[in-house]
Design a protein around this ligand. Structure first.
Ligand SMILES: [Zn+2]
Length: 141
């Protein structure tokens, strides 16, 4: 009787302990690694030195805009047309070049507006001085 009771009990405990779900995650880990082949990814072009997520991607997500911004600012700071061309050529797509040049144009427009505002203010100041001087003269006369 005792052997009869022990045998099914042992069988039941073995069956319930069979760690089928425990094995599954262990198998899933290498599968995930193969779907992300690190060797064939490339360094992000923005200069952050991280590897891209996908092999065909030139950038990490969002880093393309960052690169265009960096190049755009460098072009604004550049002093010669040659420097500007070299900087612009460092962007890999027309879209990003367009984006960088848009930044350059926006900055140029802003500078032009600022310069115009300064000129207008100076002109207004000069006009006010002329009017003031005229008024003084008129008072003196
Ligand atoms: Zn990057």
């Amino acid at each position: 009787m005792s052997t009869n009771t022990t045998a099914p009990a042992a069988a039941t405990s073995t069956a319930s302990r069979t760690p089928a779900p425990t094995k599954a995650p262990t198998k899933a880990t290498p599968a995930k690694a193969t779907s992300k082949p690190k060797a064939s990814t490339q360094p992000c072009r923005c200069g952050c030195k991280a590897q891209t997520v996908r092999p065909e991607a030139l950038y990490l997500p969002g880093h393309d805009a960052r690169h265009a911004g960096t190049v755009g600012r460098a072009i604004i700071a550049a002093t010669t047309p040659k420097q500007r061309n070299t900087l612009l050529a460092s962007l890999p797509t027309e879209n990003l070049k367009h984006k960088a040049m848009g930044m350059v144009k926006t900055a140029a427009d802003r500078d032009a507006k600022k310069a115009a505002a300064v000129k207008a203010r100076e002109a207004a100041k000069a006009a006010a001085k002329v009017a003031y001087d005229a008024a003084l003269k008129a008072n003196a006369a």
